[in-house]
Each structure stands twice: as structure tokens, then as C-alpha cells.
Design a protein around this ligand. Structure first.
Ligand code: ZN
Length: 178
């Protein structure tokens, strides 16, 4: 069976136009079931927007720590803050590494595309402040879900790997990763 792993829904960019800088989608960083995830390199406290109309189904904002040490590698889900929104067609979007307390929404709340839902951060397993964003569907794998290639409403320059960065992007990335 050929499965077109592309989202049915159309998503807007989860970071405001003024805040969009470097955008990276590197399958090597994310591993298989997260391979279509997109990382927006933005400072902590950047507004995070709902990428599509839907209903909030998960809010985890208790953590106030993150980094790349073994502690976070050993438990990549344990220290990360995130929000999940359910959409039509069984698709859901997730917004990871939010700052401590960084949610403006509650479970069960209906949201519109473009609505501010929270604030970015650097919690959990993370090399530096950024928003990790992905769209996924449930499946019968061990993890229980997989990411889809995101159909964005507007065109977005997404860099596939660090070696593809321009000189300027490399500078931004290094500054942000400190
Ligand atoms: Zn990521």
C-alpha cells in the first residue's frame, strides 16, 4: 500500500511573520516517527500560534528545565512542555519545548488558526531556544503515531540540514544555540 504521508489539512505557520527566522527540518535530528517535524529557531517567549482550527487536547507546562545533558537524553519526554491540538481528519498538531507556564489555552478549548496559544521556550531535550512543531496521525506502530509532511498555507523556506545553512543562517543558529 502506498501511503502519501502528507497532511490533508492546510496549516499556517505557528510563528508570527515578524518572528520567523531560521526554520529547520532535519530527519537525522528527529528520528523516524518524527521525521517531518519542523524546528523554528526563535528566542524564548516568542508567541506560538495555533496552526489550524481545532480543539486543545493536551497541555503540559510544568517543566522549567531543559538542555542536552544525559539527564534529558535519557528521558526525552520527561522535561518537555507541550500543547496538542486535535484537528479534522484525525490529524493533530504539537508544539514542543514551551517555556514554564507557557500556555494561554486549556484542554477542551476551541482555537482558531493564528490564535496565540502559548510561548516558546527551551524545555526538555533541546539544543537551544526553539519551537518544535509537527503534525501527526495515529497509526498501529509501537509509538502509536507518526508525523506527516505538513501542507503549509504559505511558502516557507525550510532548511534540511545544518550544512545547507547560508553563512547568515549559520550565524543566527550559533547565536541561538548558546
Ligand atoms: Zn524538533
Amino acid at each position: 500500500m502506498v501511503f502519501m504521508a502528507m497532511s490533508k489539512n492546510c496549516y499556517s505557520v505557528p510563528i508570527g511573520k515578524k518572528d520567523v527566522g531560521l526554520v529547520v527540518s532535519d530527519p537525522k535530528v528527529h528520528g523516524d516517527f518524527l521525521k517531518h517535524a519542523v524546528d523554528f529557531v526563535v528566542p524564548e517567549g516568542t508567541e506560538v500560534l495555533a496552526a489550524c482550527k481545532g480543539k486543545v487536547s493536551g497541555v503540559h507546562i510544568d517543566s522549567d528545565e531543559g538542555g542536552v545533558s544525559d539527564k534529558y537524553r535519557a528521558d526525552p519526554w520527561g522535561f518537555v512542555n507541550w500543547i496538542t491540538i486535535d484537528h479534522e481528519n484525525g490529524e493533530f498538531s504539537q508544539y514542543f519545548h514551551l517555556r514554564h507556564g507557557g500556555s494561554c489555552v486549556e484542554v477542551g478549548q476551541e482555537v482558531e488558526a493564528g490564535e496565540v496559544i502559548g510561548y516558546s521556550g527551551n524545555t526538555g531535550l533541546s539544543t537551544g531556544p526553539h519551537l518544535h512543531f509537527h503534525v501527526a496521525v495515529e497509526n498501529d506502530s509501537e509509538v502509536g503515531w507518526e508525523t506527516l509532511k505538513i501542507r503549509f498555507e504559505e511558502s516557507l523556506r525550510v532548511v534540511r540540514k545544518k550544512s545547507d545553512f547560508s553563512e547568515e543562517e549559520r550565524k543566527v543558529f550559533l547565536e541561538m544555540s548558546d
